[in-house]
Design a protein around this ligand. Structure first.
Ligand SMILES: CC(=O)N[C@@H](CCC[C@H](N)C(=O)O)C(=O)O
Length: 385
């Protein structure tokens, strides 16, 4: 049975209410699987990954396949406490779909539903991915050999919702769409002590404050202003009580650049600043980097040109050429291994991505489904490769 727009919205709302963190998407995966199992099964095959239990792959067998086309959506939520006050707001304390992955999953289910009822010419491989926000579930799946045998993928597509684009607008560009990122943890080892005897301690909070201030000069004073870089520290932990000097501070952040060279340069400057502070404050600072799979999202020139041309010519789609953004995505890893195209779907939310009041316009769901179904039908029936 074809899912109506209203049914898709109900699915998105349920997914929204059961938001789960990276690698914990058990309820989400089970719900997605249950919906897929309600579709006609004639041409469907489901695959699970024992070593990545919250992932789900679904193959739709084509009638006369010459290629396998992949479609990926991510399923995890963020440690953000929702402030939308909706009937279907997240029921998981402190966890919210603040990046719209509930909507991504719903669009993927809408596309899959269509092709379960209208057999495609090529094979389609749907990848419901855990852990995009951290721990790079896409890389983990790829490294586990998820995309092999019948589930091989020759070209990969995936979308991200965009609160700054009007509802349903498709945005894309050839080349770099998103930045590459490296997660960074800084651990400052000072010496704790009595608040009244600072000279006998080594205050990790004061060192952390200096570190954070000095790092701001990397972007403002060390990189060519025409080029882009970001360093954001989103979390800091230090101290136990007001009158005990903190002996340790931990700062967690993310470093971003549109090229690997830029990221390596920023990483080096952060290390140098840490070394300088070790000397000036007579302390030890550990700097940990984890690149994971967050490569820059580099859209494949041939596939992306075809995708953009189709979207521009389609009267039902409003298309916008977009600028590169400093968002990260482990889809960058997948399309580094397999050619692919990532694009935006406009959802026109007042609240920004990763905010407690992020609230996408649900009318984008059907528009996203229709745009991708149309593109896949066009792509599969092209004579050229
Ligand atoms: C689309 C989006 O918001 N993605 C995340 C990816 C995070 C990558 C990694 N964990 C990091 O923090 O660098 C983003 O924050 O851009």
């Amino acid at each position: 049975m074809t899912l109506s727009s209203d049914e898709l919205i109900q699915i998105r709302r349920h997914l929204h209410s059961i938001a789960e963190l990276s690698m914990q998407e058990f309820k989400t995966q089970a719900y997605v699987k249950q919906i897929v199992e309600s579709f006609p099964q004639t041409n469907l095959e489901i695959k699970e990954l024992p070593d990545l239990p919250t992932a789900l792959l679904v193959l739709v067998k084509g009638s006369d396949p010459i290629r396998n086309i992949g479609y990926r959506c991510d399923m995890d939520a963020l440690p953000v406490t929702e402030k939308n006050g909706l009937e279907y707001s997240s029921k998981t304390p402190g966890v919210m779909h603040a990046c719209g992955h509930d909507l991504h999953v719903t669009v993927a289910l809408g596309i899959l539903n269509y092709f379960s009822e209208h057999q495609p010419k090529d094979n389609l491989v749907f990848f419901f991915q855990p852990a995009e926000e951290s721990q790079s579930g896409g890389k983990v799946a790829y490294d586990l050999g998820a995309f092999s045998g019948d589930f091989r993928v020759d070209e990969f597509y995936g979308l991200h919702d965009n609160p700054l684009l009007k509802t349903g607008v498709i945005g894309c560009r050839n080349g770099t769409l998103f930045a590459g990122t490296t997660e960074v943890n800084i651990i400052i080892h000072g010496k704790s002590g009595h608040a009244a005897y600072p000279h006998l301690a080594n205050d990790a909070i004061v060192i952390a404050a200096n570190f954070i201030n000095q790092v701001q000069t990397v972007i403002s004073r060390s990189i060519d202003p025409i080029k882009c870089g970001v360093i954001t520290f989103g979390k800091i932990d230090a101290g136990v009580i007001r009158n005990v000097i903190a002996g340790e501070a931990r700062i967690e952040g993310t470093i971003r650049g549109l090229t690997e060279d830029m990221i390596m340069f920023i990483r080096q400057r952060v290390l140098e600043i840490a070394e300088g502070l070790e000397k000036s404050f007579n302390c030890q600072i550990t700097v940990e980097y984890n690149q994971g799979g967050y490569y820059p999202v580099e859209n494949n020139p041939v596939l992306t040109k075809r995708f953009i041309n189709y979207m521009k010519k389609n009267d039902q789609v409003v298309f916008e050429e977009t600028e590169p953004k400093m968002t990260g995505e482990d889809f960058g890893y997948l399309i580094n291994k397999i050619p692919g195209t990532m694009f935006w779907l406009g959802v026109e939310s007042k609240g920004a991505l990763h905010s407690a009041d992020f609230l996408p316009n649900e009318n984008a769901i059907q528009k996203g489904v229709d745009a991708v179904v149309g593109f896949f039908n066009y792509r599969m029936n092209l004579e050229e490769d």
